[in-house]
Write a protein that binds this ligand. Sequence first.
Ligand SMILES: [Zn+2]
Length: 201
Amino acid sequence: MSGVCDPRSRLATIGRLFYERGWTWAAAGNLSARADDGSFWITASDTCKGELTATDFLRVALADGQVLEGGPDRRPPAETAIHRAIYETQETATACLHGHSVEAILASRGRDPVVLPRVEMAKALGVWDDGTPTGLPVFANHPDVASIGRAVATFLCDHPRPLPALIVRDHGVTAWGQSLSDALRHYEAVEFLLALIAGGF
Ligand SMILES: [Zn+2]
């Protein structure tokens, strides 16, 4: 399995970028990508995203999050539940990136949804396409992360053409895409737009 559609090296590169950009402080955040069989690779809990190696990833089952490869000294992050909710409802999503930026927390204070400004960068999320929503959904943070995952799954089932990103309040952004490059472009665009809002735009 490790040699077939193994995204770990590319995820480690993206992890360094996330760390250097201030999107994953203090071992927070998690990065994942689907494997060929529908399972997905995800960063293990408590790993610095700036120093990821192949042993910092686990391959987990989509249906229940069971660890299929990796460990045994590693465990999946609680937020695996959010990644599963996205992969289960967004069939075309192959990668999912989650960070904890200062700007995401500031921009989502008192806003639900967070309405994205229609500046040029919004085009990276398709916001200027006909019918595309402009509101980034905001979910309540909760110690029981599985309950956030259920709320995300319900929202995505009820909204057939969502923006490829969401916010958990006082927590951070999750973005996804049809490839790792796609997910990274979406994540980066959202952080740019949230930084604008946090800056008073
Ligand atoms: Zn998180």
